[in-house]
Write a protein that binds this ligand. Structure first.
Ligand SMILES: Cc1cc2nc3c(=O)[nH]c(=O)nc-3n(C[C@H](O)[C@H](O)[C@H](O)COP(=O)(O)OP(=O)(O)OC[C@H]3O[C@@H](n4cnc5c(N)ncnc54)[C@H](O)[C@@H]3O)c2cc1C
Length: 460
């Protein structure tokens, strides 16, 4: 087959969050783009990650609302979970977004190439024998669900990919990994009625969060009847026709119908020609500088293959950055700690900026001040029946460097936290801004008032 004679401004390998964001922004800036995707545009986030899991979590919330309706004086009852109906709803959401995205790609005049690509020269990707050459190449091949050595996926042992297509609600599950993905699935299954056990090797669930949030999350999870083990490593699993038998290194055993392996995601870079073309890698990840340049001139990388937070909105931001960089707009580098993080379980956990521990490590223990505002004093949270708190971390006499929250729906509140942290606002500045009453957002307003030394509805 003849080579494609066009030389594109950018050839993007991988059409997930990072890759398609690069393509959309680049074409907005008048650059020509070939976007190569082996599966479906939208990648992990749209098809196997963010969106389907959040549809599951919304269905879970409705199940809980029905189950707990009498608390609000409403007589409803939960007859059960129609898992086929849940899948239909989830697939409908994904399908509509996929269609919308395909329309955007087309409307932007992006050359969309369906197929599996390999980097065969620093400026060229080959797909099914055809070569696509660009003045710049952006690597965006994403990630896959990892497992542990000797832990084979199959049968009753699955990753998030299998969990998203499971055609029944399990009676019982062991979730290996108490990070974001494990905690979200644990939450869904518990709401759907399953017995759930989480196994986490580190000392806390959601170990990357501020310890106050991790501990509060553990209390909330326990209250929901989810059991968990922390600080002990997984040893092995056997499975038969009835279920799985999980053993930890301290000899504890758990029996369940399924084991979900949620131990993190590895970079999808093997066999793609990156190393052969001279791209510097570290344990499969593509190393870049803060301008997302790899070690090979004109080759960039974005998204989950770049070490750091594996989040879709980081991929979007990096894609936009690289497109603008290539277009010569000299964008400001992305500050990793300014990227918001949300766990969409019940309760939700949301944070941006530095944890208390990290702030103390960075600025010194005496140079950091914290404040917790309990959602008990927040009208809307009382109406919703949720507990939790907002925790602010600031430099003494300086800006807010971290916002951390736990409680129902707090994920939606992180937008304000993110503005505050990234604009390096002082509590006094934010305290002067009026928050609508009664909203949960007001809890943030109250926290800033308290940190500015003028608490309103605060009991301590
Ligand atoms: C269960 C789950 C829940 C998640 N929830 C959230 C969430 O709520 N919020 C959030 O921000 N993030 C979430 N994430 C993470 C998010 O999905 C990723 O951070 C994001 O998808 C990374 O984008 P990416 O572009 O780097 O890679 P991907 O989205 O993985 O896209 C890479 C694309 O490249 C394609 N590709 C790979 N190799 C080739 C090749 N050789 N040729 C052609 N195409 C190729 C793949 O088919 C894929 O479509 C979740 C992930 C999972 C698994």
């Amino acid at each position: 087959m003849a080579d494609n004679p066009t030389v594109y401004d950018i050839v993007v390998l991988g059409g997930g969050s990072g890759g398609y964001a690069t393509a959309l922004r680049a074409t907005e800036l008048g650059l020509s783009v070939a976007l190569i995707e082996a599966d479906k545009v939208g990648g992990t986030c749209l098809h196997y990650g963010c969106i389907p899991t959040k549809a599951f979590l919304h269905a879970a919330e409705i199940a809980d609302a029905a189950r707990e309706s009498e608390r609000f004086g409403v007589k409803a009852s939960l007859e059960g979970i129609d898992i086929a109906g849940v899948h239909q709803y989830k697939d409908g959401v994904v399908g509509r977004l996929h269609k919308g995205l395909q329309g955007l790609v087309k409307a932007h005049g992006i050359t969309y190439v369906e197929g599996y690509g390999r980097l065969v020269a620093p400026d060229t990707v080959e797909v099914d024998g055809q070569r696509y050459t660009g003045r710049h190449v952006v690597l965006a091949t994403g990630s896959y669900a990892r497992t542990l050595p000797g832990l084979d996926i199959g049968g009753r042992v699955m990753t998030s990919d299998g969990a998203l297509t499971l055609d029944r609600v399990p009676g019982s599950v062991v979730v290996l990994g108490g990070g974001v993905i494990g905690s979200e699935f644990a939450s869904v299954w518990r709401s759907f009625g399953a017995e759930v056990t989480i196994v986490e090797a580190l000392p806390h669930l959601l170990p990357a969060e501020d310890e106050a949030l991790s501990k509060a999350f553990e209390r909330a999870v326990r209250k929901r009847g989810i059991t968990f083990s922390v600080g002990v490593r997984f040893q092995g699993v056997t499975q038969d026709e009835n279920g799985v038998h999980v053993t930890l290194e301290d000899g504890t055993t758990y029996d369940a119908e399924y084991l979900l392996v949620a131990v993190g995601r590895g970079p999808r870079t093997e066999g793609l020609g990156y190393e052969e073309q001279g791209v510097t890698m570290d344990r499969g990840f593509v190393l870049t500088d803060e301008r997302l340049r790899t070690s090979v001139p004109n080759v960039y990388a974005v998204g989950d293959i770049v070490p750091g937070l594996q989040l879709a909105h980081r991929g979007f931001a990096q894609g936009i950055f690289v497109a603008e960089e290539i277009a010569g707009l000299n964008p400001a580098p992305i500050v990793e700690s300014g990227i918001p993080r949300v766990t969409y379980s019940d309760p939700e956990v949301a944070s941006v900026g530095l944890t208390e521990a990290k702030a103390k490590e960075t600025y010194g223990a005496d140079a950091v001040e914290t404040l917790e505002y309990n959602l008990g004093g927040n009208g809307k949270s009382q109406i919703l029946g949720t507990t939790g708190f907002v925790k602010l971390v600031r430099r003494k006499d300086g800006p807010v460097v971290g916002v951390h929250m736990i409680g129902a729906r707090v994920g939606e509140l992180i937008a304000e936290g993110q503005l505050v942290v990234n604009w390096e606002a002082y509590p006094e500045d934010v305290a002067a801004l009026v928050h609508a009453h009664p909203t949960q957002n007001e809890a943030l307003g109250e926290a800033f008032l308290a940190l500015a030394g003028k608490p309103l509805h605060a009991h301590n």
